[in-house]
Write a protein that binds this ligand. Sequence first.
Ligand code: AMP
Length: 286
Amino acid sequence: MIQRLRLAIPNKGRLVEPTVTLLRDAGLVFEPGERALVARVQNFDLDILFVRTNDIVEFVADGVAEMGITGLDLVAESGADVPQIRTLGYGCCRLTIAVPNDSPIRDASDLAGLRVATSHLNLTRAFFAERGIKVEVIPVSGAAEVAPRLGLADAIVDLVSTGSTMVVNGLRPVEEVFASEAVLVANKEALSKRAAVLGSIETMLSATLAARDRKYLMMNAPLGKAAELEAMLPGLESPSVIPLAHEGMIAIHSVVEADAVWSLLPKLKAAGASGILVLPIEKLVP
Ligand code: AMP
């Protein structure tokens, strides 16, 4: 009997909410994992394991779960051989070198011979080693941002997204070490042995993510304006142009980038479009 597929996702922290939202938007029906370690997906042969964000790579590498969602930084830091299926566009942050505001340090090379506090030991060591800059890496288990103030280090390497924690702690960014976001990873063996079912999860998530960035646009227009309007609509493919019962009128349907909609609407109206509808898209498989 083939075992149900297992997907490990974070049970706590900042990746939980966007991950659960993505899975639900993808159409998976399951109970929230606040207390349970495992949730059975009701409409797909999949169990969701809720585990610590830091443990997900290990779970997937060991085959406890066939797939996992975690931070790219954690995958890179672990050095484990877990194939990355795709990045997911949320949980974006940068592993950044930062120094106190009044420090004379301008770039990473100025740190030669100095102390750098971090909990991201491997990525930090790899960054400085690649550049041939000798630094003393001071391991801290968290709250690296206080290390310079305590006299423990001259700089820190830590994750930032908005940068506000650094500002509050009187630090300024110097250089980026690694750019991270949430990522879907797979167990290597499962990826070859159960390629079809892993592929269907990827398709499901990709279709959901692709739909989020796009809108479906519908409008009516006089036939004579078709070419001008079509030129404004760089959709996935060329827009659909449908004759209407009212002679000389057409309907144009197109998929457009969500960000472009607001600037597009007045232009379409000025070019003769009317009855313009902007609709959300649930799934999109290009
Ligand atoms: P957690 O500590 O469980 O909330 O999640 C840590 C993971 O969230 C990190 O490994 C990153 O992949 C991701 N992340 C996204 N933004 C940030 C941020 N500003 N600080 C720390 N981690 C972040």
